[in-house]
Write a protein that binds this ligand. Structure first.
Ligand SMILES: [Zn+2]
Length: 410
């Protein structure tokens, strides 16, 4: 029995002497197997020859392994001259066992780097439980990317969990600590799933509790670009993350070909018509975005003067939303009607400008890519300033917007 414990002690010592992670090394003659265990199964303590053989067709070739197909039977006693270590990942890649048949010639050092290497992509099994509650695919995809950025790489490294000795092998078990991972991922998922659950950082607002959707119960607006309905994708709607400027999307992005006429959604008075907007240099725009990174939010000046591009603002007074002053914003325009200036009255349906991409990075590169109308409705009262849809989750927001823009009149 002592001859079996000796390598075990050696393995443990060598493991602790070398902190994680270790760079991958090449020339590994080990087969990487899939094991048909469920994600929640405990790490198996013994090799399962049947599983290993069954998985051969789906065996994943280990990187840099030129001899991955030389898979040996896990019953090492049957062929003692061909004892090879086996690296067996669970299906969800959250745990991995190294099976070291007694008498194996290779040293643990050869395999340690392979086991402890940082996994290239976070297994979806870690994020799926949380992301399953997000109904919009585009939001889910962006959140997944954000979470991957958010999670420190140390949390994605396999940690030593267990060492056991069987009659035939020493088995070293490693796993990713999912409880620590969930502590990092759950708050972010919860925030975008239920935007009302955490304070947002709207521009100018003194009160982070937005009014409920009931204030819009009688609101009826004209769709700003004729024939282009409210988009379904959550990323194009209010509350979506805008990580490039460290902010939250306050409006609706209506994708419309360059030059599509844009109409006033209701009667009002022009308070801004940026006829003289000149595109900034790409480097300048990037430097401003770097400043938002330091602030962790989009400051109002960068948003209002640069990012909205050539914009029109219309003041609708207190008639549109009872108890609130309402302002609509039409951003990224390529052109504005000549006769519009602050103080000019406009009527519902009147053409005020044309869609474009001013204020976007595409525009700083002098292309017409990504043309769309960014539209938003801001409401203000004594307590603060809010955007239409603020604090509403997608399932409330989308139907509300569809209803608000349901009118057919021209
Ligand atoms: Zn937008």
């Amino acid at each position: 029995m002592n001859y079996k414990l000796f390598p075990l002690v050696f393995l443990l010592l060598s493991c602790f002497q070398h902190p994680l992670p270790v760079l991958p090394s090449g020339n590994l003659s080990v087969a990487l197997l899939s094991e048909s265990t469920s994600p929640v199964s405990p790490v198996p303590k013994t090799p399962t020859p049947g599983v290993a053989q069954d998985s051969l067709s789906g065996a994943e070739e280990f990187p840099d392994s030129s001899r991955a197909n030389e898979l040996q039977p896990t019953d090492s006693e049957a062929q003692p001259e061909n004892k090879k270590p086996l690296l067996i990942y669970s299906d969800d890649k959250l745990s991995v066992n190294l099976h070291f048949p007694h008498g194996t010639k290779e040293t643990f050092e050869t395999f340690k780097s392979a086991i402890l290497r940082e996994i290239p992509v976070l297994p979806d099994s870690v994020l799926s439980p949380g992301l399953a509650s997000i109904t919009d695919d585009s939001l889910k995809s962006v959140l997944r990317t954000m979470l991957l950025d958010e999670i420190p790489s140390a949390l994605l490294t396999y940690q030593l969990k267990d060492v056991s000795v069987t009659d035939s092998s020493t088995i070293i078990s490693f796993a990713i600590d999912t409880s620590n991972l969930y502590r990092r991922t759950e708050p972010l998922i919860a925030f975008y799933k239920d935007p009302a659950s955490a304070p947002l950082y709207p521009l100018f607002s003194m009160d982070t509790n937005p009014p409920g959707p009931e204030i819009y119960s009688r609101l009826s607006l004209l769709i700003p670009c004729e024939g282009i309905p409210v988009p379904r994708r959550a990323l194009l709607l209010p509350n979506a993350p805008r990580s490039y400027r460290n902010g939250i999307h306050r409006g609706i992005d209506f994708y419309a070909n360059w030059g599509t006429p844009v109409r006033a959604v209701a009667d009002g008075v022009i308070i801004r018509a940026e006829h003289n907007y000149k595109e900034v240099l790409p480097e300048f725009r990037k430097s401003l975005l770097a400043e938002t990174d330091k602030l962790g939010r989009t400051p109002s000046d960068i948003f209002e003067h640069i990012l909205v591009g050539r914009a029109v603002y219309i003041d609708h007074g207190f008639s549109l939303v009872p108890g609130y002053r309402a302002v609509t914003i039409y951003a990224h325009l390529s052109d504005i009607e000549n006769n519009l200036n602050p103080g000019t009255k406009v009527t519902r349906g009147q053409i005020i400008g044309y869609s474009g991409n001013s204020g976007t990075s595409d525009s700083t590169k002098k292309t017409r890519n990504g043309a769309h109308l960014h539209w938003e409705l801001i409401v203000q009262n004594k307590a603060g300033e809010y955007y239409l849809g603020q604090g509403l989750n997608y399932d409330e927001l989308f139907p509300l917007l569809v209803r608000i823009f349901a009118s057919e009149d021209e």
